[in-house]
Design a protein around this ligand. Structure first.
Ligand SMILES: Cc1cc2nc3c(=O)[nH]c(=O)nc-3n(C[C@H](O)[C@H](O)[C@H](O)COP(=O)(O)OP(=O)(O)OC[C@H]3O[C@@H](n4cnc5c(N)ncnc54)[C@H](O)[C@@H]3O)c2cc1C
Length: 502
């Protein structure tokens, strides 16, 4: 793994050469403390370094992570020796910050799948819609199915089937999503023409996205002219897969969810967590793993952060880069943020074989690769997808559900179950309309909250977009004055032995 000693020396040399020698005492360095080493916290560190003008006084960045690894809700799981994404798994082709991360970190990506999964919409009694797949136990027929034109014909046939069921509503849905994505692209405009936002409301209004947070996805889609059938089936399947929620969620969360079902989706080879790890590694930060922050006290000129290890840290700027909703961090004086419920998603991995009888079918091959579900409280899962077919009698599957999947239930869905792993995620906010947003600046001073933006939408990219804004806020609000005044910049030591290579 990359060592941080060399970049530190280079930075030190560059700074000492750039500054005229002066008899003035060196300026004390400023410490920015970031709570949370997910993609949000690591992106704040990255953008602070990226946008710090050379004249910014020396800044130490400390990142605190309660777990022993970075990445947070981006994590992998190993099932029978193979690794799969357990949390955030897919990225959109227009997620421009993460596209950039992959480039600067020299990561490889898993190309979008050219062989789409077959889809079935299950209502608890039958498949109300199914795309067609062809498979056979006869080797010669399987050879025929490998021919590219058979694939193309099949894909055209499936598009026609979908059109027959949902009609022009499909195009209206696409327009709705494209218009939201277009507006989101404003956040990548050059910083010279893009404001720094002090509130989430302001940030959404500027891009033309705010109104989507004031109405439900259902109402937005009805106004866009979508049929009830499309909303109740395909759209619902997608919001249940991506956010574990119904079309009563906010329009913006819903638009993001629908965008995450389109073409060109990608992921990082070996795990998306490498983006967070790479950003931390190259941003010259002191990373404190296994160190949970339990209190943040404003002591006037600085904040004191206390950790469960009994350590205290003095930080001029503090950034909360984790949802506060299920945490017990004590703020002194107390802060006030609107109440928000997190949607829990149980992610269950099973290596085994689905039971066709559960779906009223005769053979496992008749079960679609992706089984989505409609909104019905009696349905015990949101979706089941094949992640990998190992052989004709064994695959690895991923299930999402709002409640834990009990063994007896799993035993009725699967005829063979060799390995099962279940993770309970406090996954993303439970979206409402109208949404109410927590402040980016929690105390009117220098205590910031990246995850205030999660009420707009929760994705790796939206965390990065919010983090970029927080980094710009810090640089303008805290350092703005000092950049102007500083004439005798000096480099000070960084890292202080707490630095860990990932
Ligand atoms: C099952 C699932 C599927 C998802 N699918 C996708 C997807 O396909 N695509 C997509 O883009 N997004 C997806 N998401 C959403 C995405 O994972 C999140 O939006 C994003 O990762 C949030 O990043 P974050 O850094 O803001 O928060 P987190 O990843 O939650 O990071 C916060 C970090 O802070 C740490 N922490 C918390 N409290 C403390 C403390 N007191 N002291 C120190 N450290 C602390 C936590 O351990 C954690 O590491 C999915 C999420 C889940 C759960």
């Amino acid at each position: 793994m990359m060592s941080l000693t060399l970049p530190f020396l280079l930075t030190f040399l560059a700074l000492s050469q750039a500054q005229p020698l002066s008899d003035d005492p060196p300026q004390p360095s400023t410490t920015v403390c970031i709570v949370g080493a997910g993609i949000g916290g690591s992106s704040v560190a990255h953008f602070l370094r990226k946008y710090s003008p050379e004249s910014t006084p020396a800044t130490d960045i400390r990142v605190f992570e309660r777990n022993g690894v970075v990445g947070g809700r981006i994590a992998t799981v190993t099932v029978a020796g193979e690794t799969f994404e357990a949390g955030a798994s897919i990225l959109h082709p227009k997620n421009l910050h993460t596209v950039d991360y992959v480039k600067i970190l020299n990561l490889k990506i898993n190309e979008p799948d050219s062989d789409p999964l077959s889809l079935g919409i299950w209502n608890g009694k039958k498949f109300v819609f199914k795309t067609v797949t062809l498979s056979s136990n006869v080797p010669l027929i399987n050879k025929l199915l490998e021919l590219p034109f058979v694939d193309t014909l099949l894909s055209l046939f499936n598009s026609a089937r979908m059109f027959l069921r949902y009609g022009f509503s499909l195009f209206k849905m696409q327009n709705f999503v494209e218009s939201a994505v277009e507006r989101f692209l404003n956040y990548y405009k050059d910083t010279s023409s893009r404001p720094i936002f002090e509130t989430v409301d302001e940030m959404l209004q500027w891009a033309g996205l705010y109104n989507l947070t004031t109405r439900t996805l259902h109402d937005e889609l009805v106004d866009a002219g979508l049929s009830n059938l499309l909303i109740d089936e395909l759209v619902t399947v997608i919001t249940r897969i991506n956010y574990g929620q119904s079309v009563s969620m906010s329009g913006l969360g819903g638009a993001v969810s629908l965008a995450g079902s389109g073409g060109g989706l990608w992921s990082v080879k070996g795990g998306n967590w490498q983006m967070a790890a790479g950003l931390i590694n190259r941003s010259d930060v002191a990373l404190h793993l296994h160190e949970e922050i339990k209190s943040v006290a404003d002591l006037g000129d600085f904040y004191e952060l206390n950790s469960t290890k009994g350590n205290s840290y003095k930080c001029e700027v503090a950034v909360v880069a984790t949802p506060l909703d299920e945490l017990d961090i004590q703020f002194i004086p107390p802060i006030s943020i609107p109440e928000r419920k997190m949607q829990h998603t149980y992610t269950t991995f099973v290596r085994g074989f689905l039971n066709p009888a559960y779906f009223g079918l005769k053979a496992e091959t008749k079960i679609p690769d992706l089984v989505g579900t409609v909104e019905d409280p009696s349905l015990p899962f949101s979706c089941i997808a094949v992640l990998k077919k190992h052989n004709e009698k064994e695959s690895t599957y991923k299930l999402f559900s709002r409640q834990p999947m009990e063994d007896t239930l799993l035993d009725s869905i699967f005829s063979v179950r060799k390995e099962t792993i279940q993770i309970n995620w406090a996954a993303y906010p439970h979206y409402h309309a109208p949404e109410v947003f927590a402040p980016f600046i929690l105390d009117k001073r220098h205590l910031y909250y990246v995850n205030a933006f999660e009420n707009a939408a929760s994705t790796m990219e939206t965390s990065a977009v919010a983090a970029e804004n927080i980094a710009r806020l810090i640089l303008s609000r805290y350092f703005g004055k000092e950049i102007v005044n500083s004439s005798n910049l000096s480099a000070t030591s960084r890292g202080e032995g707490t630095h860990l290579d990932l």
